[in-house]
Design a protein around this ligand. Structure first.
Ligand SMILES: Cc1cc2nc3c(=O)[nH]c(=O)nc-3n(C[C@H](O)[C@H](O)[C@H](O)COP(=O)(O)O)c2cc1C
Length: 165
């Protein structure tokens, strides 16, 4: 087993996007900052996100059976700090960011540069996290061009498990 610090340094080198994952179960709506997001299959055309079992989002995706991936403007990365804890819903806004209801019921951000909505068809227990694999049921974009990634911030996520994980 390599040294923990080296595992951190090397896994942090993996280029990752940074997006808001929307989730919902009944009256509970949420969105959280996530970086472990990727397409995983062409048929069914599927995307996956790995979600901490302790996160509210984990329960909401498990119960609601769907999630959204909201890709964001690289100039507006402060949003990712705000969504690192359960979001506050006021009317049709989460933490003051306007949302609408997607076709599966999950929140979609009106400010997103582009978005994906997916229904969960596989949930893989991978340890601290569950990899939710979802079939894409809807997509949209407001613009073309680059979207936010981890490298647009000084944030880090991943590596080995720490106390506060
Ligand atoms: C830059 C960054 C990237 C993150 N990526 C993920 C991720 O991919 N998966 C995850 O479960 N949590 C990730 N988190 C942590 C969640 O945002 C955090 O645990 C949040 O509190 C969970 O929100 P919730 O309890 O409202 O669902 C990330 C946090 C930051 C700051």
């Amino acid at each position: 087993m390599p040294e923990a610090e080296l595992i951190n340094q090397v896994t942090w080198m993996i280029p990752n996007p940074l997006a808001l994952i929307g989730s919902r179960a009944g009256d509970e709506w949420n969105a959280m900052t996530a970086s472990w997001i990727t397409q995983v299959s062409m048929e069914p055309v599927s995307v996956a996100v790995s979600v901490d079992k302790k996160a509210l989002t984990h329960r909401l995706i498990a119960e609601g059976g769907a999630f959204s991936i909201n890709l964001w403007d690289p100039e507006d990365t402060r949003v990712f700090v705000k969504f690192s804890k359960p979001a506050k819903k006021e009317g049709m806004a989460l933490n003051g960011r306007p949302i609408r209801e997607g076709i599966t019921g999950v929140p979609i951000f009106l400010d997103a540069a582009a978005w994906i909505e997916a229904t969960v068809w596989q949930s893989v227990d991978v340890g601290t996290h569950t990899l939710f694999v979802g079939e894409i049921v809807d997509v949209g974009k407001r613009r073309d061009g680059r979207v936010a990634g981890m490298d647009d911030t000084r944030m880090k996520y991943g590596g080995v498990k720490r106390g506060g994980h």
